[in-house]
Design a binder for this molecule. Structure first.
Ligand code: E4P
Length: 226
């Protein structure tokens, strides 16, 4: 059976704590925009996220540098400062692809981010990335079809690059998440607000209230365990 991984796209400790208390999440993804929103020193923030997640779940951390050599240095810096399960996110620029290749040769796991086309993903997978993150909603905003791009990436990677997983990112709504899950994405990362929307169906609450009311009316108790 194929498991679809679920990640929280946030660096907000309170929200990460809330979501991971209730939902079976696999880790956290961050990017520079997500980090700066918290207005906190970088490494202590990442360490606190890891404390909430525990050692098994994955924390994705993105590099900032432009040149491949500096990207590699940043990746090693992150890896040395953080214990546990860390994957380095690297944008799919030319320098980024070069860095992914170098890191792959020394055994550092990477996720190729800012992926807009199947060929972006192909280059990253061939360079040794463990994950690619197509930006579904940002592709849609460019009048493209984000879900179709994910479908094509899944197909391109499915034969020769099975070590590279598709972690679809950038969502505006739950329908986009369902669509990429149906066409074979290996995982999704979404904001806490969108993850909360998965269960936001008022009829569920109404059904449960009705069950509880009928039970209470007959047995006069809110539980069958006293
Ligand atoms: C995730 O890793 C991406 O950086 C993120 O999903 C981008 O999402 P946005 O388009 O909502 O900013």
């Amino acid at each position: 059976m194929r498991e679809i991984k679920l990640f929280i796209d946030s660096a907000n400790i309170k929200k990460i704590r809330q979501i991971s208390e209730y939902y079976p999440i696999d880790g956290v993804t961050t990017n520079p925009s997500i980090i700066v929103k918290e207005e906190r020193p970088f490494i202590p923030l990442l360490k606190e996220i890891q404390c909430v997640l525990g050692d098994e779940k994955i924390l994705f951390v993105q590099t900032i540098a432009q040149k491949a050599e500096k990207i590699v240095k940043e990746a090693i810096y992150i890896r040395d400062f953080l214990s546990g399960n860390v994957v380095i996110k690297i944008p799919v620029t030319k320098e980024g692809i070069k860095a992914i290749r170098k890191l792959s040769l020394i055994g550092v796991q990477t996720l190729a981010t800012t992926v807009y086309t199947p060929l972006n993903a192909y280059l990253a997978a061939k360079a040794g990335a463990s994950y690619v993150a197509p930006y579904v909603n940002r592709i849609d905003n460019l009048t493209g079809n984000g879900v179709q791009v994910v479908k094509n990436i899944v197909e391109v990677l499915s034969k020769e690059y099975t070590n590279c997983k598709v972690l679809a990112a950038s969502f505006k709504n739950t329908q986009q998440i369902l669509d990429v899950s149906l066409i074979g994405s290996h995982g999704v990362t979404a904001s806490p607000d969108i993850i909360d929307e998965f269960l936001n169906i008022p009829t569920i609450e109404a059904n449960v209230n009705q069950f509880r009311k009928e039970w209470f009316d007959l047995y006069g108790s809110e539980t069958f365990i006293e």
